[in-house]
Design a protein around this ligand. Structure first.
Ligand code: XMP
Length: 509
């Protein structure tokens, strides 16, 4: 069995980052809600627990609280920020209420050499982001480190493996964050570094076999890494009892279908191609409203899918749901936790009565890539940037026509190729072109042109929830712009999108 870390989510924006850090140490972890009761927690058999931070204050009218019995079951616990304040308050510390947030870097001054600080140098930079502050520890607690400004940065229970940190080890700005978490997980909680996504094939296929039994399954492959990896896994488990489809909407990237088929075939997935581009273009004619486009595409996709599914008598639907889609977002102010609906399949009709097979629901995207690689999926397919279900339709402002899609495909193909040539593609979370079909004046040779604009977008992100624009070097931007304008008929301007999410979104529609 794997070692297991449980992360109690008190609603912090960066809870997923804690999980990512733990997984990167090759230790399995799960995020659960802060109010999960002790019996449920015991059933999950964790090796230790981490409490996340929170936008709440322990002085709120109804602060989010954990089951206090957790402190008495001899499990190592690490509280981060709000989590630390809660623990310290329970042990009768003095936590000062504050309206002003301390935000930013602070050097860590060690009071003691404890094994949770092993290898961490005095004066290393930590990152603070808190309102309330622990000013005096209760008598059962001892301070292990303070911040350069004198506040308590790290404490420990005198007789138990319970720790609290005011700084955020999970953010990259804390220079020693990874070492600190590693110390807690390995030196204190004695976890084993035994979570290897690339070695999951046997377990996963056994689980799938058990779930599907003698049933039949279908999957829709989009060309993205998630649907490909999950389909290959299921094909490995149940062979020809899996029927796969690719709905060619005409809104995919250039040569998409041609590119993905050979690799999938080699791995036992032989998808039927449903060529439906004519139908999609017909239904999208004259439609300019982004939401309407999405609805039409979603509905058409499901119609086609349902038709095929009925022919196969399937009982199961394979879905590439990932862990970030499954984690319940803890809403501190709202009455209940909300599970995010998955973009791609939000609209499957209930009448289809298909049970879901979701072999990737405990994995992060980069873990899926590792698994995909060990399944033998080609690097090009595995390392691809995410691509939205509605495809290029939401990257063409205004009406979607075949001609516009072609222009966008050509520009996008050049952009992607150049990013790969310049070794930038793998450093970027997502990069694509957007067609702005508004004509402006240009000059080419001796001739005046009156053509459209392409916007190029590139963002860095970990899960698509937040994103910052990628700093592509000027000379590469120059190359991209020149090649697109010179080679793509219908384009005479290229602009670069420098907006972050939030307040912007990654896609334009
Ligand atoms: P936004 O534009 O909301 O996008 O910042 C966040 C991430 O989600 C992708 N995206 C979609 N993926 N179906 C999908 O499968 C969709 O309808 C959809 N809309 C946005 C987007 O490409 C980005 O990675």
């Amino acid at each position: 069995m794997y070692s297991k870390v449980l992360i109690l989510d008190f609603g912090s924006q960066v809870t997923k980052l804690i999980a990512r850090n733990v997984r990167e140490l090759n230790v399995y972890c799960e995020i659960i809600s802060y109010d999960t009761n002790i019996d449920k927690i015991k059933q999950l058999k964790p090796d230790c627990i981490i409490f996340s931070g929170s936008p709440a204050s322990i002085y709120d009218k109804k602060p989010p609280l954990f089951d206090k019995k957790l402190l008495d079951i001899n499990l190592p616990i690490l509280g981060i920020c709000y989590g630390a304040q809660l623990i310290s308050k329970i042990y009768k510390s003095n936590v000062k209420k504050s309206k002003i947030r301390e935000f930013g870097p602070a050097k860590l001054i060690k009071n003691k050499n404890h094994k949770i600080l092993l290898g961490i140098k005095n004066n290393s930079v930590s990152w603070m982001s808190h309102g309330d502050t622990i000013v005096k520890l209760g008598k059962n607690l001892e301070g292990l480190a303070k911040s350069e400004f004198g506040s308590i940065a790290l404490f420990k229970h005198k007789n138990k493996n319970i720790f609290g940190t005011q700084f955020h080890p999970e953010v990259v700005h804390t220079s020693f964050g990874k070492d600190f978490l590693s110390n807690f997980i390995f030196n204190i909680a004695k976890c084993k570094s035994n979570w290897r996504p690339g070695k999951l094939i046997k377990n996963k296929t056994a689980e799938i076999k058990k779930q599907i039994g003698n049933g039949r399954a279908i999957s829709a492959i989009s060309g993205g890494v998630d649907s490909s990896v999950s389909s290959v896994l299921v094909a490995k488990a149940i062979g020809s009892k899996l029927k796969s489809f690719i709905v060619d909407t005409g809104l995919m990237r250039k040569n998409e279908v041609k590119l993905i088929i050979p690799n999938l075939k080699k791995l036992g997935v032989n998808p039927k191609i449903i060529n439906a581009s004519k139908l999609f273009f017909k239904r999208l004619k004259g439609i300019t409203n982004p939401e309407k486009k999405r609805k039409i595409i979603g509905k058409t996709f499901i119609e086609l899918f349902e038709k095929e599914a009925n022919k196969t008598n399937a009982d199961f639907l394979v879905q590439g749901t990932l862990y970030p889609d499954v984690i319940e977002s803890v809403s501190i102010s709202g009455p209940s936790a909300v599970i995010k609906s998955h973009h791609n399949v939000g609209g499957l009709p209930k009448r289809m009565k298909l049970s879901l097979v979701e072999p990737l629901r405990d994995l992060f995207k980069d873990e899926v890539r590792v698994l995909g690689k060990s399944l033998g999926i080609e690097k090009d397919l595995i390392g691809r940037h995410p691509f939205p279900g509605p495809g290029l339709a939401i990257r063409i402002l205004g009406e979607v026509t075949e001609e516009r899609v072609k222009i966008l495909q050509e520009a996008d193909d050049i952009y992607t190729r150049l990013l790969k040539e310049k070794k930038l593609y793998d450093q970027i979370w997502q990069a694509f072109c957007v067609l702005i079909p508004i004509k402006t004046v240009g000059v080419m040779g001796d001739e005046r042109t009156y053509e459209n604009t392409i916007a190029i977008r590139a963002v860095n992100s970990t899960d698509g929830m937040t994103a910052s624009w990628s700093r592509i070097p000027y000379d590469v931007l120059d190359l991209i712009s020149s090649e697109i304008i010179n080679s793509v008929k219908g384009i005479n301007k290229v602009v670069f999108d420098i907006s972050n999410k939030p307040p912007s979104t990654i896609e334009w529609e």
